[in-house]
Design a protein around this ligand. Sequence first.
Ligand code: C2E
Ligand code: MG
Ligand code: MG
Length: 723
Amino acid sequence: MSLRNWLGTSYLASADKDPEQAATDAAAIVVISDDSRLRQSLRDLLQAYEHLCFGANDCASALALHQRQPADLMVVDLQHPRANEHALRQLRKILPQIPLLLISSSADPATARRFLELGASQHLRKPFVPEELLTVIDTLVQRQRMEQRMAEIHQQLTASEQRHRFFVNNSPDVIYMLDTDGHFVFVNERVTTLLGHPADQLIGRHYSELVHPDDREAVRFAFSERRTGLRASHGIECRLLPSSAANDAAAEAVVIELSAMGIYSHPDQHPQRQFIGTYGVARDISARKQAEAQLQFQLSHDLLTRLPNRALFHDRLKQAIAQAHRNQGGLAVLYLDLDRFKVINDSLGHQVGDQLLQSVAQRVRGCLRESDTLARVGGDEFNLLLPGIRNDQDAATSADKILKALETPIELEGVEVFTSCSIGIALYPRDGETLDQLVRHADTAMYQVKKRGKNSYQFYHPAMKNLHSRHLTLENGLRRALDEDQLCLHFQPQMAVDSGEVTGVEALLRWQHPEQGLVMPDEFIPLSEESGLIAPMGRWVLDHACSVLADWSRHGLRDLTLAVNVSARELLQNDFNRYVLDTLERHGVAAHQLELEITENVLMQDMDQAVSKLRALAEQGIRVAVDDFGTGYSSLSYLQRLPLDTLKVDRSFISAITTADERNAIVTAIVAMARGLGLNLVAEGVESDAQLRYLQGLGCPKVQGYLIGRPMPPQELLRRLIA
Ligand code: C2E
Ligand code: MG
Ligand code: MG
């Protein structure tokens, strides 16, 4: 009997069904039968319906076939019921998932049930019409595929859910959701590592339990944020309490930055839209805060002795003066200078010199009260502020104590070093009412001690003004210097680290003294600032420097920038800006070629005026640099107010780069900060290859220092640049 006849026309018709449909429904089927004719006819039938069909006469060959071509279903049709049972057992054991259709002639319901118990997916009783067989197969295959798909989907969902859970729980930030009353409905596991609270125990608790009491009011709004998008809360700082705070009041709070937004049901459908809570992300910024605090400390302290630096001292002194003024109280400023420090430094070396300074700082500090401020303001110079001092006697007692403390020799590297110091004292308000007067008068008094034989103290006295003739001679000499053309400029190259090319120069003032030879600016700039001579001197510098630059430009050096130092008193002159612009024009120097270097202290004299003048100049294209960065009043916030282009890291930080010790941390921090603020950076005082390499490693773009070139007369630098 031909198969077609056996099947009848209706099957043939459906055998020609939509090929796509057939393809999706087609299954791989293994027919296990020990009757080869039956096997063949079943195969013919199934293949006519586009199923892929293989015949096997026992389980072993069926399994072998399945190995080569995984089957979607197996039809078992063995002649002996025992053989069927055996086959079912075997197949189920090895292929627990696959649908097994058992065909037998048994009419006994118990036998049928037994087949099902043994793992048959369905029992089909012979005789059956082919239609019945095909439907059963179809159903079994569909069901099997559906189950498979479900299992896959389930697996995918589980994986995706796990993935999300993983991301959320391993997020570096705390992610949480609050209900409309501020209770946690969700918080990720980051809260456990950050604060020690198990995440699940926070559910239902109010957020305010985690917030530092002093911050609660400030962040109330952010934690109940209803807004979304850009208007929602961003970057709100606050402190969160660790779980240990419950038993330990001193437990350190964690500083975080909070962003939060409202969540809504049906966010896009207005009428149904309903506020259901707040979603937020809290980022731990304690490391950043610590770094900022560390930078602030480093910028306001001398790193060798860890004492306040001059800037911090001036801050404290100003405050103390204001307070003394209010309370009609008094205070004392002591100027301390070590005797013969230079001799010790030169004979025993810098390292011993450094250790000596540290030991002296420690001893002097041991003589002081909590409220006193000792600062290192120069190589071997210290300033001391004693608030609440009303008479000479109180100040003298402190000075005596200090001199006494230094009497015992200091042992350094096995050598006993004897040291002493000279102390000048000025009292507020008797000897001066301003910071400047007090410091200067204490200095003058100290100078008298030095002249009289050191290792003692001395109060300031108005008569000393004339005794302090060093200043007067200098001032007269300086006036003559201006008139008689004794000033000259040296130029020091600045190099781009990347290309090794000289990209600019700094003009540095020198005084060609008729008797003393070349006098350096540190010796006469402070006095010329005090006497007002700096204004005409500064004009001379700018004019002269621009004429040199114009000359170099005629030699083909067109792209150099020219850095010129500007003092506060110069900048605050009424017509300073006009003079600068006129000078540039007169010499044909482009505005962007000029960079004005100001120190942080310049800004502090009159911040508002300085900022507005510099802004006006910056608008014309003139560049602005902060010089000696890190030694002055380093409030980082002023940097943002200034139209700044460049930071010049002070030489003292660079000279500290000898080894990878803590003192380098500040250079690293400044380089990173400059990059963060988009500023150009010049490292000053680069003297060694090691320093250059270190700075290059940090990504510092520009350097200046003896390694690249000392300050030199313009003709000499020109020769080098065009060589
Ligand atoms: P500054 O502006 O920070 O200038 C850098 C100083 O560091 C210069 O000292 C320079 O000679 C010195 N220097 C550069 N490289 C190295 C190095 O590798 N090692 C060492 N040990 N020193 C290096 P200089 O010329 O004595 O000037 C001292 C300060 O005087 C200047 O410091 C600046 O504040 C002031 N100054 C110089 N010229 C002028 C000026 O025309 N006007 C004003 N207002 N101040 C000026
Ligand atoms: Mg400078
Ligand atoms: Mg400098």
